[in-house]
Design a protein around this ligand. Structure first.
Ligand code: UDP
Ligand code: MN
Length: 236
């Protein structure tokens, strides 16, 4: 049988959340043997996300953990100030290592783990499923061709790599470091898992673009907020 692709998605409440998660779920429905791990940045699992998942037709796990207040980006902060979704991704790693352990033991450790933020656009190719790590490596990564901070240990975006489940389970302490300086969050996990020469290029030897960091425009609610302030809002 096909190895499972575990997709980890941190998500938080905002006006476009349902749109983002709907779009993602429709992408994932095209992918066989995919298990979606959705981790809400909230004190409780919300009905909005719960219902969306229940209706999605996908195999999924619904988790939640609230980002500590001092770590949370505040309204008006520039987006690079603090890493986002860190505790949520780590919670998903914990679930894979601990809660799912009985199944992992019974069914082996075949699988691939991928981090998919809720606002990006993804193309899935079957090549991704075959990350073996320490098996035959057809090509080797020598260096990265990137414009921004090429000196990073692993100059890759969150959506630019996947790791084998086996590798995560055999390195139980590897996780994201919420205190990592800007741009080094990905490296903080990967440094606990692999060395550069162990990376296995995918997407036709890294010649294809399969993910876009599309950003959704924040709805402008100035007029609606003004109505609310006048007591003429929908709940007036
Ligand atoms: N996120 C979250 N809590 C937050 C802000 C973001 O869980 O307070 C999630 C968000 O839903 C996304 C991921 O973390 O899946 C990355 O956030 P965002 O897309 O805002 O970051 P950027 O792409 O700008 O780095
Ligand atoms: Mn994003």
């Amino acid at each position: 049988s096909l190895p499972t692709i575990f997709v980890i998605t941190p998500t938080y409440a905002r006006l476009v959340q349902k749109a983002e998660l709907t779009r993602l779920s429709q992408t994932f429905l095209h992918v066989p043997q995919l298990h979606w791990i959705v981790v809400e940045d909230s004190q409780h699992k919300t009905p909005l996300v719960g219902q969306l998942l229940a209706k999605s037709g996908l195999s999924y796990t619904h988790l939640h953990v609230a980002t500590a207040k001092e770590r949370k980006l505040q309204e008006g902060d520039p987006s690079w100030l603090k890493p986002r979704g860190v505790e949520q991704r780590n919670e998903a790693l914990r679930w894979l290592r601990e809660d799912r352990k009985a199944q992992t033991d019974a069914r082996g450790q075949q699988g691939v783990v991928y981090f998919a933020d809720d606002d990006n656009t993804y193309i899935f190719s079957d090549e991704e499923r075959t990350i073996r790590h320490r098996a035959a490596i057809p090509f080797q990564v020598v260096r990265f061709h990137v414009g921004w901070r090429p000196s990073r240990p692993f100059p890759m975006d969150m959506a630019g790599f996947a790791v084998s489940l086996k590798l995560l389970l055999s390195n139980p302490d590897a996780r994201f470091d919420g205190n990592a300086p800007m741009g080094l969050l990905e490296s903080s996990l990967l440094q606990g898992l692999v060395t550069m020469d162990q990376l296995e290029p995918r997407a036709d030897n890294c010649t294809k673009v399969l993910v876009w960091h599309t950003r959704t425009e924040k709805p402008k609610m100035k007029r609606e907020d003004a109505l609310q302030a006048q007591g003429l809002g929908s709940d007036a």
